[in-house]
Design a protein around this ligand. Structure first.
Ligand code: FUB
Length: 337
């Protein structure tokens, strides 16, 4: 359900929505949810109207700062803790503070965020704070070796892994073997799709401990998904969680507007595509996180229902996520079956 609904279709979708925005006083998107000390903290993008026309480069996503939300439970009230980091306080960044994430280590909180430098290239930065709601102080330089967008950090056995990357406006197609090439583009449809990246973080959480590796997503025959397989190939918005000992890598398919997932036996993959988590929402983008709270699982996601379909003015929502006996995620239809 991209942003092509007529007024009647929009109205029907709004009335059948399975959940409501967590907050309505600001627009929020790209929610990364974590439980710290029994409380849920949500790290969203903060959408704003900058008056820039829609384009495939994503220039209309002109966000300038981050707000942190917290909730005592998934059906509780969401509290906005105010500005946690502003682009003016990031020495290397000029604009477009896109989807962030946070990790905790040794009592400190690390906010990871993509932003564009003055030359228009996305890099990923880190800012450090003493409280999950911030404020955060940015490091003077972006993470060495980082590129593209959508960092998502996952802790496993005391190590932290950052997944990242997004195509089109997210610039992932401009990189091969971690090197930028102005002439690089998406592969042809019959070639393997572009792959997200993963890198283990250094002990101080401020850098990569290794060169980023490609995250391979396989089809049911054990072959890498192809670039032309738009309903299954990776586009942006990675997330990792672990359920019953398996690693679940989930992501957005971008131009086919699905959240889907693939499973594997290691945080590095490979992962085998399994199916859909969330069918299309109102608005072009779809982006999520998955977190466990008191033994139940929740999907944090966004749509553009509050703005009546304006694709860069989105609102974060939450709904319960269920698995079947075999560990398959039960697909969710955001506006009912
Ligand atoms: O919010 C800006 C971009 O839109 C994010 O980085 C993408 O994942 C998409 O949701």
């Amino acid at each position: 359900m991209p942003d092509t609904l007529d007024e009647a279709g929009l109205q029907r979708a709004l009335e059948s929505a399975i959940s409501q925005p967590l907050v309505t006083h600001i627009y929020t998107a790209d929610p990364s949810a974590h439980v710290f000390d029994g409380k849920i903290y949500i790290y969203p993008s903060h959408d704003v109207e900058a008056g820039i026309a829609f384009n495939d480069n994503g220039d209309h996503f002109a966000m300038e700062d981050y707000h942190v939300l917290s909730m005592d439970s998934p059906d509780g009230e969401a509290v906005d803790h105010g500005v946690a980091l502003h682009v003016d306080d990031v020495p290397w960044a000029e604009r477009q503070m896109w989807a962030p994430d946070v990790a905790r280590k040794d009592g400190k909180y690390y906010l990871y965020f993509p932003a564009k430098r003055a030359d228009g290239i996305f890099r990923i930065g880190v800012a450090v704070g003493g409280h999950p709601a911030g404020p955060f102080t940015a490091e003077p330089e972006p993470i060495e070796g980082s590129y593209s967008i959508d960092p998502a950090v996952f802790e496993d056995d005391g190590e932290h892994y950052m997944y990242f990357g997004g195509i089109w406006g997210g610039q992932l197609q401009k990189y091969r073997d971690n090197r930028y090439g102005a002439s690089f583009e998406e592969p042809e449809a019959d070639q393997p799709a572009l792959q997200p990246r993963v890198a283990r973080l250094s002990a101080d959480m401020k850098g990569f401990a290794e060169e980023p590796r490609a995250v391979v997503i396989l089809d049911e025959h054990g072959e890498p998904l192809l670039a032309g397989d738009h309903a299954r190939r990776y586009f942006e918005g990675p997330w990792m969680h672990k359920y019953r000992g398996k690693y679940y890598f989930s992501y957005s398919t971008g131009d086919t507007h699905l959240l889907c997932y693939a499973t594997g036996d290691s945080p590095y993959g490979p992962f085998t595509h399994q199916g859909t988590i969330l069918t299309p929402v109102i608005g072009w983008t779809t982006h999520h996180s998955i977190c466990e709270f008191e033994g139940r699982w929740y999907l944090y996601y966004h749509d553009s229902s509050l703005s009546k379909g304006v694709t860069h003015l989105r609102s974060v929502k939450v709904t319960e996520l269920k698995y079947d006996e075999a560990g398959r995620i039960v697909p969710i239809a955001p506006y009912g079956a």
